[in-house]
Design a protein around this ligand. Structure first.
Ligand code: C5P
Length: 389
């Protein structure tokens, strides 16, 4: 594989030549890109000698657009060490030197970072927030490890050992879902009552967006059909289809499903909609109450279960309050699913609106994978790992 090793200015930069050497030994072609600060710790001559290629470190050298030609050349970008500074820059979209510009231009291809910094810096909420942002875009973090730091204290902040980074790259080298297309549904649906009112629910769309990001991070092209939400997809391999009602979601999902390897339906779809939608704002009519007649919406998941052909994987969600596992298992069979992800409302911190979730992933074969309380990004990763093996 063609790998670009990006080096930033931390003491662990002295391990970068060893990383380059191990990558070459493992059969990869390597080029290096370094920040100005990195070159205070490791020299240009060393990096050019071990990689066998010119170092990229000057954005303006002879007016070339090397960040573009290098991003076209590279199949993976590994930043080791990654300082708090480069992590913050990428999270904010700042491109003010050779490496940060290359990182922004590299979107859509796999990026791995090996953070290294003082333990207090690593624990800082700004750094943790930035790391979470990068992870949600599919950037993989290797380390940092716990141990003695250059500043004399002990804690979490040591760069992962070069061999560990090489092993992690090996795992990501063949992106598991390369060439596959997946459908994800997300968010709530709004069912119109009149021109200004609707029936909706509290779904934020966070779980579905995290699933789409995890699928795209594993190399898939994703059709993300979402109900109303303020969220946006970061990965360019996610094609967003915004809809409002269950019937619109049904139309979009049934249209794309035949072209997909699989579908994960996490949307909170309204089971019923008003029988009629007034084209004006309904007025109080003087009576004490009002009766709204509701009719059933199509069940998207059950429809896709009926359309499913050999080789397609279909995953549904179930939000249950009692008899959880038995109900979920029944739903899995009735709707012809391969997996059902059970959210139990009994679990604190799981479900609607929150950033965390705790799930049980039940397979058609009776297998059950239970997660601890994790961030929705981590839950998404676990679901993808389970349903794509
Ligand atoms: O049957 P129940 O509504 O509990 O099933 C939930 C699962 O079915 C979720 O995966 C949800 O996205 C999907 N669903 C659907 N269309 C509906 C209702 C639910 O796709 N009309």
């Amino acid at each position: 594989m063609k790998i670009i090793v990006g080096i930033t200015g931390g003491i662990a930069a002295y391990k970068a030549p060893e990383l380059v050497r191990l990558l070459k030994k493992a059969g990869h072609e390597v080029r290096c890109a370094a920040t100005e600060h990195a070159l205070e710790f490791v020299t240009r001559v060393t990096l050019e000698t071990v990689s066998g290629a010119p170092l990229y470190s000057d954005l303006f050298a002879s007016g070339r657009t090397e960040h573009i030609s290098l991003k076209d050349w590279g199949e993976m970008l590994v930043v080791a060490p990654a300082t708090a500074n480069i992590i913050g820059k990428v999270a904010s979209g700042i491109a003010d030197d050779a490496l940060s510009t290359l990182l922004l231009a590299f979107s859509g291809k796999p990026v791995v970072m090996a953070p290294a910094m003082n333990c207090e810096m690593w624990a800082h909420p700004a750094v943790q927030r930035n790391v979470e942002t990068l992870k949600s875009w599919g950037i993989r973090m290797v380390g940092p490890a716990e141990g003695e730091l250059a500043c004399g204290v002990s804690g979490v902040g040591r760069m992962a050992e070069p061999q560990q980074i090489v092993d992690a790259i090996g795992e990501g080298a063949t992106l598991k879902l390369n060439g596959e297309r997946w459908l994800v549904t997300a968010g709530p649906t709004y069912e119109r009552i009149d021109s200004v009112r609707f029936i909706g629910n509290y779904s934020s769309g966070k779980m579905g967006f995290a699933l789409a990001e995890a699928l795209a991070g594993a190399g898939a092209k994703v059709e993300l059909v979402t109900g109303p939400t303020s969220l946006n997809a970061a990965n360019p391999h996610i094609h967003l289809i915004r809809v409002e009602s269950a019937r619109e979601m049904y139309a979009a999902a049934t249209e794309v499903f035949p072209r997909c390897h699989g579908a994960i339906l996490s949307a909170a779809v309204a089971d019923y909609r008003p029988a009629e939608c007034a084209d004006h704002k309904l007025k109080k009519n003087g009576s004490e109450g009002m009766t709204l007649e509701l009719v059933q919406n199509p069940d998207i998941l059950a429809t896709l279960g009926g359309m499913k052909h050999e080789g397609q994987t279909l995953v549904g969600f179930a939000l249950e309050t009692d008899n959880e596992e038995a109900n979920a298992q029944r739903k899995l069979e009735k709707k012809n699913l391969d997996y059902i992800v059970l959210n139990s409302l009994r679990d604190k911190g799981a479900g609607f609106g929150v950033d965390t979730n705790k799930v049980y992933i039940i397979g058609r074969d009776g297998s059950c994978t239970e997660s601890p309380l994790l961030s929705k990004q981590e839950v998404a990763q676990l679901i993808i790992n389970t349903v794509t093996t």
